[in-house]
Ligand binder design. Structure first.
Ligand SMILES: Cc1cc2nc3c(=O)[nH]c(=O)nc-3n(C[C@H](O)[C@H](O)[C@H](O)COP(=O)(O)OP(=O)(O)OC[C@H]3O[C@@H](n4cnc5c(N)ncnc54)[C@H](O)[C@@H]3O)c2cc1C
Length: 404
């Protein structure tokens, strides 16, 4: 009699949960163990900076997969279990109590961790970050109830900083956002749409300090390099995240701003895959290596990783997609480009009225990415425009009288 094959998933976020689900959906009947460092079942993080901060949703509303499912599908979930090491030769992982588990196939889904500020005062009791439900609960406590604060300073005008700014303003808290770049979201969207988000926040009463150098944090708030003091009762540091690659690196896997994986999400060890925020993938459609820190990636990559673990050919070729909600703006972004890589941005619709689609075009007028703001059900059309690789007529693209 052959013993059951054992697939081990290291990580306790959306990607880990969806991988367990995908393995069972692929009729894998062997043993599956999910080892997660947090004390909660895997949950989705987008509500942590949105609905949860508005008191509209609680953890039970956004668990990735209901608890019964793991039980019903014989997934051995071990929470509060931060894996300490991987021994690729012995094919084992080391648990916190020094015991080991043997695997046949291993999946890494360790996600990312908030980038830390290396400045005086950065570890103060008034300094917050946002990655986990505990972090979100703490920030919710600042925005509501008896401990509600009057003034919040946010370091970093990225997605999380801006979403918390919106939640705080909605709660009537005074907000200052300090950003070293000349515009919010500059690296993600470029100056044209960075300016759109800057205006959105100014219109909602945020004191936006751009091109600002941070000198330090103290109990009274933050200090800028030019000597300006910004008074705040609490400080949120939201300066991005770094992929949790320590285990992979220590195990000798190829790592460079993420765990390097091929189109099928296989690492440099054929028995190990990586999914979600940590996976720096050789993307078959974009013909480049990208690492995507977004919900849709953690949701959809696991089906491909599961196939790879089961020895079936599969490639992850979806275009990056993400979304945000801030004030009265809901937006989705599909595709991939970066400042310096696109030629121009074409706006279709009413940008001032915050109902439009922006398209990023290359020098040959091919669509690289599209962002719909308060316009819905166009993601598939945007994907088609990008995937076709055909040049568009920018004037016709901008003309709302013509069907997209
Ligand atoms: C506040 C917030 C808001 C967001 N909003 C959006 C949004 O609006 N739209 C969007 O597209 N994306 C959003 N994201 C990004 C999205 O949530 C991430 O891309 C997604 O969570 C990635 O999932 P993951 O499973 O790869 O990693 P993670 O969610 O980071 O999960 C990794 C898990 O692995 C665990 N772990 C780490 N090391 C070990 C170890 N050694 N052993 C065991 N477990 C380990 C961690 O504790 C963690 O639980 C948001 C993220 C945050 C933090």
């Amino acid at each position: 009699m052959t013993s059951e094959r054992h697939f081990v998933i290291v990580g306790g976020g959306l990607a880990a949960a969806k991988l367990a689900e995908a393995l069972r959906a692929s009729d894998f009947e062997g043993q599956v163990t999910l080892l997660g460092a947090e004390d909660h079942l895997p949950y989705e993080r987008p509500p942590l900076s949105k609905d949860h901060l508005f008191g509209k949703k609680d953890l039970a509303d956004f668990v990735a997969v209901p608890g019964e499912w793991y039980r019903d599908h014989r997934i051995d979930v071990r929470l509060g279990t931060a894996v300490r090491a991987i021994d690729r030769a012995a094919k084992t992982v080391t648990l916190p109590d020094d015991s080991t588990l043997t695997y046949d196939k291993l999946a890494l889904a360790t996600g990312s961790a908030p980038r830390r500020l290396d400045l005086p005062g950065a570890d103060g009791a008034n300094v917050y970050q946002l990655r986990t439900i505990e972090d979100s609960d703490a920030i919710l406590g600042l925005l509501s109830g008896t401990a509600k604060i009057g003034r919040l300073a946010i370091v970093g005008a990225g997605w999380i900083g801006l979403e918390v700014a919106a939640a705080a303003r909605s709660a009537g808290v005074e907000v200052t956002v300090v950003e070293s770049a000349e515009l919010p979201l500059l690296g993600a969207l470029g100056p044209e749409m960075g300016e759109f988000f800057a205006q959105l926040h100014r219109d909602n009463g945020v004191d936006l300090r751009l091109g600002a150098e941070l000198a330090g944090i103290d109990a009274d708030g933050i200090r800028l390099g030019d000597g300006t003091a910004i008074a705040a009762d609490a400080v949120l540091v939201a300066i991005g995240a770094t992929p949790a690659v320590e285990l992979a690196r220590a195990a000798g896997l190829d790592v460079d701003n993420g765990v390097l994986v091929d189109a099928g999400l296989r690492t440099s060890d054929p028995d190990i895959v990586a999914v979600g925020d940590i996976a720096a993938q050789d993307h078959p459609r974009l013909h480049r290596r990208i690492r995507v820190e977004h919900w849709a990636n953690a949701l959809n990559q696991p089906a491909v990783a599961a196939a790879t673990m089961l020895g079936k050919p599969a490639e992850y070729d979806r275009l990056p997609y993400f979304f945000t909600d801030q004030y009265d703006v809901g937006m989705e972004y599909t595709g991939y480009t970066a400042p310096g890589e696109y030629e121009r941005v074409v706006v279709r619709g009413d940008q001032a009225g915050r109902e439009f689609v922006a398209f990023w075009l290359d020098a040959q007028d091919r669509v690289l990415a599209g962002m719909n703001v308060n316009v819905w059900d166009v993601t598939d059309r945007i994907k088609e425009l990008i995937s076709s690789g055909a040049p568009v007529d920018p004037e016709r693209l901008a003309d709302t009288a013509l069907d997209l």
